[in-house]
Unconditional design. Sequence first.
Length: 713
Amino acid sequence: MENLQDGKQRDLSLNRSDGTNKYLTTDQGVKINDDNNSLKAGERGPSLLEDFILREKITHFDHERIPERIVHARGSGAHGFFEVTNPIPELTKAGFLKEAGLKTPVFARFSTVAGSRGSTDLARDVRGFAVKFYTQEGIYDLVANNIPVFFIQDASKFPDLVHAVKPEPHNEIPQAASAHDTFWDFISLMPESMHMIMWIMSDRAIPRSYRMMEGFGVHTFRLINEAGESTFVKFHWKPKLGTHAVAWDEAQKISGKNPDFHRQDLWEAIEMGNFPEWELGVQIIPEEDENKYEFDLLDPTKIVPEELVPVTIVGRMVLNKNPDNFFAETEQIAFHPGHIVPGIDFTNDPLLQGRLFSYTDTQLSRLGSPNFHEIPINRSIAPVHNNQRDGHMRQEINIGRVSYHPNSLGGGCPYQAKIAEGGFASFNERIDAHKIRERSESFNDHFGQARLFFNSQTPTEKSHIVKALRFELGKVETTAIRVRMLGLLSQVDMKLAEQVAAGLGATVPPVLETPINHGVSPENEMGKHEPQTVESSVESSDALSMLKNPTNSPTIASRKVAIICSDGVSEACVMNMKEALLKQDAKGFIVAPTLGNILTDQDGAIAANFSFLTASSVLFDAVYVPDGIGLNALIENDDVNEYLHDAYKHCKVIGADGRATAVIGAASFAAKISADDQGLILTNEAATKAFTDEFIAAMGQHRFWEREPNLYN
Ligand code: HDE
């Protein structure tokens, strides 16, 4: 049972079974005497059909898999709570946002989009950031992403987008990757995707951790207050640990060394008590400002720059409990942007409107029944009474003869709730329009905010975007697709297009070829839906840059350091570093030539956490080589060289003290080391506090990207 401040509890023991001290039984409760042998006609004879124990076990096994999510198949989740810090009752009547200190249980699931359930966590991809709030007024799902815009403006293009990015249908290659022809073919014909392309080619698409990602509701929603008045709102999650990424080369290597990197990171952080935390913020836009901006609030390819509307923090989310069973909880959880509670409502964003159909529909094929709301992880803590009945795997035993409304035989029950009693009523929006299949002209700007995003990036971030585009388009085999993309990029930033072109051995086409069929009907192809650039009224926005992000704090909590050791290592140095890291809630791990004990310079022993074979520098945030005797063993070790080489290449902090500085001196990159490199902490003294202080302060900077050659200059 989860105890929450407001007294409401979510019964986590529901349907739980741990089997401890219990007999093994069949599904019908019959105790099993022999689970190792099937029933046979004689010792060496054939198996008998009558063996109900064997048949039940195998039948269940044969049906263990359910269809994976069509998108967002790969994900990880955790339980936690949401707590209101700054209530906004004047804007919303939603109970879970109304009262300071009120806690609501949540389950959050983070995911990649394109890959299958077993694919790598480190794919270049948008991340899902879905949160189920078990509120006292019913389930509210905020089904968000870690990028605030989307590829397309209308739901009807979603199946096309997903078909294009998924592995190609003839050979099912490549897995969990957008770097292939069909994806870029589609994108090159869909100029509306250019803003999203900027984000997805940025380091946002390769987060260091789920715990270090922002989350965005993408669409504009509505908040509704007691008086029935509406205010437009954009939702933001801001991570307490800041927003951080890995390097692209690193991401690819992590995918080989530990494809569960993000899953394990989330799991371990929670097990160690480093509970991930986010603030929930809202951008509040009064109804009368609906048409005030140069972009349309209903267009999901646009953000509302924080310079125009600041983010107001309303609460915080803490994830403090891992699931007990991945399948029962993380796999079976069913999110739906249409799960809303009184006080929140939709807008007419045509992408959101399509989503409102899709999610329940997909649960029917994925979970197999309209009763998916009865699965424990999906159950509302608010009581559920209605006349929905029967269906596959129905759990509830409805009592009585009445299953319709209105009725007199059941005394009119269950009865409708008045709005004042908490009954949901949709916002009373006036609609007076023609029935048309059209895109609004206010959605025509495809480049203005792509440019705003690009202009807001630091030189390092721009360089990473160039590199990502060179990689992705470099994997495209069809020249015409590359050229079309260069044309579109030139509309965002000419130098960006030129730098990408240089990496592809191509040139930017002089005229933008208006893509055929770019998401409009044939009548409109060359007419009023020409892609446009509307200059943003904001020139640059720090909130869009990860490196300039004002919410990033220099904490190293939960970061991991590889301490490279061999026999003769200085015990004082190892202890000094480990203790200093622990004080910051970070952790040092001994990595050595083999597992088992390492002998110290004091003839003591330190147990290795990993051998060079079982870990890799890409799995750590920093590398430290402590002083010691016999360090030649490390200098001559190819694995150590690779550790240091990768850490240097991925712009991580590298530290060495005492005689260990010679190990860095012998590393492949030694000749390139610049005196200005603040990420290389080298000192001749051993085990000093000054050294660990400097090392930790440098780790707080996350990475030293200045080491890399800049591709955008
Ligand atoms: Fe989703 N999306 N989506 N999506 N989406 C699904 O629902 C869909 C979109 C998002 O951890 C599916 O249960 C359509 C935007 C997340 O379980 C499916 C459209 C955003 C998750 C579906 C979109 C999202 C999903 C697949 C365009 C960011 C994972 C399995 C109209 C705001 C939730 C499922 C989890 C999952 C449809 C676009 C976020 C098929 C049709 C925009 C985080 O229903």
